[in-house]
Ligand binder design. Structure first.
Ligand SMILES: C[S@@+](CC[C@H](N)C(=O)[O-])C[C@H]1O[C@@H](n2cnc3c(N)ncnc32)[C@H](O)[C@@H]1O
Ligand SMILES: [Zn+2]
Length: 362
């Protein structure tokens, strides 16, 4: 199997998902965009070793591989030989490695089965200021609120189970990382966050210092959402969150804690796009371009949910965007919902624009 500059073989029973190629392309481009001389990377859940091998061949990073499973570990070793790479590969768990290793990595890739939660604390032990964490979670049902108790137990947060659940899931993952980082005197700066298909992936830069840690914790808070009119408000403190919707008078539900500040850096996303090879997956590039245009305002409005709450038929997204633009707003789309509008406007503006567009249709 060829992917990027790597050529790998996949042993029977060892995990490899070709559909994650685009996400690996993005990760390699992110590493290239943030590459410093002689940087190293920990491929902490290596399986076939595809990620570490690609970081080495395409982004010039020196990889170390961890793999708990014996067969997968020998698959990594096999692929290292195939690609003529001499690197450190250990048949060890993240937990065992992190408690004895006394170095730190510039980049860490975590790509576990399911939840990322059990590994974050240990990975902080092999991190330093400016370490870039690239973390995947595939327990999206948990982060998206299908199992609210599981999310509370694992990520210590109440998840959303509505149109905003994917963005909320990313924000819960970031909150969880920020809390663990703070114990090690790190703050976090999210540089890129993606929710797509069955996965969530965040790219986070660690910033050393207790004031950085505190400032990150202050960027975590709560979100009140109205299931009746789809209004939402973001709060730094739980006690300040209002239960009564100021728009429709309905009862708002409160979710969190979660990261309520920016979930990407526009500058970094631009650099990732610049470093994206033309042979890489085209759909993943389209998603990056969508993310680049996405407003940094937290959350968004889903048009079908708005028209449903107004008991009217569907409206054209384009026309609503034009209407809001003529009202002076900058309008973007959430990459998690193609029929959304996202920006610095509130429910009143959205309802006005939607009603106007609907009336002009009639
Ligand atoms: C989803 S696969 C990784 C896929 C790979 N990164 C890719 O892109 O193809 C997760 C791997 O993590 C390994 N693993 C599970 N728990 C681990 C742990 N505690 N420490 C290290 N590796 C672990 C599993 O054996 C499995 O091979
Ligand atoms: Zn309401």
């Amino acid at each position: 199997m060829k992917e990027g500059k790597a050529e790998i073989e996949i042993f029977d029973g060892v995990f490899f998902n070709p559909k994650m190629r685009g996400l690996r392309d993005i990760s390699v481009s992110y590493a290239k965009a943030n590459y410093g001389k002689e940087n190293n990377v920990l491929d902490s859940t290596s399986a076939t070793g595809i990620r570490g091998i690609r970081y080495y061949l395409e982004a010039n990073l020196m990889p170390t591989f961890l793999e708990i499973n014996k067969k997968a570990y020998s698959n990594t070793i096999h692929n290292l030989k195939l690609n003529k790479i001499e690197a450190n590969a250990l048949n060890k768990s993240i937990q065992e490695f992190a408690s004895s290793y006394d170095g730190a990595f510039d980049f860490i890739d975590l790509d576990p089965f399911g939840s990322a939660a059990p590994y974050i604390y240990d990975l902080m032990k092999v991190s330093k200021g400016n370490t870039r964490l690239m973390v995947t979670a595939t327990d999206t049902a948990v982060l998206c609120g299908a199992h609210s108790n599981a999310c509370f137990r694992e990520y210590f947060s109440i998840p959303m189970h509505n149109e905003l659940c994917h963005e909320a899931g990313l924000r819960i993952l970031l909150y969880f990382i920020a809390r663990n980082a703070a114990q090690f005197n790190f703050g976090i700066e999210p540089e890129l966050s993606i929710a797509n298909m069955h996965y969530m992936r965040v790219f986070v830069k660690l910033k050393r210092g207790s004031s950085e840690a505190i400032s990150s914790l202050k960027k975590c808070g709560y979100v009140a959402h109205c299931p009746n009119c789809r209004n939402f408000n973001v709060y730094e403190q739980y006690v300040k969150a209002k239960e009564k919707c100021e728009y429709c008078g309905g009862k708002m539900l409160i979710y969190g804690p979660m990261w309520i500040s920016n979930i990407k850096s526009d500058e970094v996303v631009e650099k990732v796009i610049k470093n994206y090879d033309q042979d890489y997956d085209k759909n993943a590039l389209k998603m990056l371009e969508l993310i680049k245009e996405e407003s940094n305002a937290p959350f968004f409005f889903s048009l079908p949910k708005i028209t449903k709450s107004l008991h009217i038929g569907s409206v054209s997204r384009e026309k609503v965007v034009d209407e809001l633009a003529s009202m002076g707003f900058e309008v973007s789309m959430s990459h998690t919902d193609k029929n959304s509008i996202k920006g610095n406007f509130g429910i009143r503006d959205v309802v006005d624009a939607v009603k106007k567009v609907y009336a002009s249709k009639a």
